[in-house]
Design a protein around this ligand. Structure first.
Ligand code: 1GP
Length: 249
């Protein structure tokens, strides 16, 4: 079964999915494997590998090691075309919809398309949006983003509806990795009332209560990354967040 179908089935049956993001730049491949295995045991539904500005060699090595060690879907979360490699099941084939740069809107996608095909990765198209955060995040810097202010819910919803109309599989609301505040519930609610494609929400989610709140507001997929790097008990923390995610709807 394709990864996208798997997630859709899960959203239907369990209300929402949880994905654990692993940044290959933050630890060795061996440490990343340990993290991925503990997250899998804790019930996470998939592992995303990548981040802004990740090193090509460590991404490939980390993907290869995690692929061997876990059974749940592995999805590349590309920082650029250099993140593409064959050691995963799928890739979030993203267009940064609020970027000022044509590179992140469609050029990087063109540069990477043949490599994705060659690697045999399932492309899951994602309309990616970066929302305002209290601190300037790496993705905002690299992505040359025309940041959407936190209180401009309608603008964010308009971009998500546009993503749906352009035929994208998912919309992804990015608060920024390590953001002090996650994406507002009001924004999520408005998007959910206007769109039909699954909504991914990530950035600054650190506990089960917040994950539950975001799912209740309308998120279909919750992404957490930084918290797994910060905690000293990955299994316990991810279990708490998965529980929150699955009880939100
Ligand atoms: C970042 O949305 C993800 O791209 C996850 O963010 O690292 O803050 O959990 P955190």
């Amino acid at each position: 079964m394709k990864v996208k179908e798997k997630f859709e089935e899960m959203i239907e049956k369990e209300g929402a999915c949880h994905l654990t993001l692993i940044d290959p730049d933050e630890q060795t491949p061996k440490e990343s494997v340990k993290m991925a295995k503990e997250a899998e045991e804790a019930g996470t539904d998939g592992i995303m590998i990548g981040g802004s500005g990740v090193d090509q060699d460590s991404t490939r090595k980390t993907c290869r090691a995690i692929k061997k060690a876990t059974d749940i879907p592995k999805i590349i979360f590309p920082g650029d075309t250099s993140s593409i490699n064959k050691h995963a099941d799928a890739i979030f084939f993203m267009s940064l919809l609020n970027s000022r740069s044509r590179y992140w809107l469609s050029m990087a996608q063109a540069f990477g398309s043949f490599s994705v095909k060659k690697a045999g990765l399932e492309p899951i198209s994602v309309g990616y949006l970066i929302l305002e955060s209290s601190n300037k995040t790496s993705v905002e810097f690299y992505g040359d983003a025309n940041i959407i202010p936190r209180d401009k819910h309608k603008i964010t919803a308009a971009f998500c509806l546009a993503a749906q109309y352009m035929g994208m599989d998912y919309a992804y609301l990015e608060g920024g990795s390590g953001a002090a505040e996650p994406v507002p519930n009001k924004t999520i609610k408005l998007i959910k009332s206007q769109t039909e494609i699954p909504l991914i929400v990530g950035g600054g989610i650190r506990d089960g209560k917040t994950a539950k709140e975001k799912v209740k507001a309308g998120a279909d997929i919750i992404v957490t990354g930084t918290i797994a790097e910060e905690t000293n008990d990955v299994k316990k923390k991810i279990r708490e967040i998965v529980k929150g995610t699955k009880s939100g709807k």
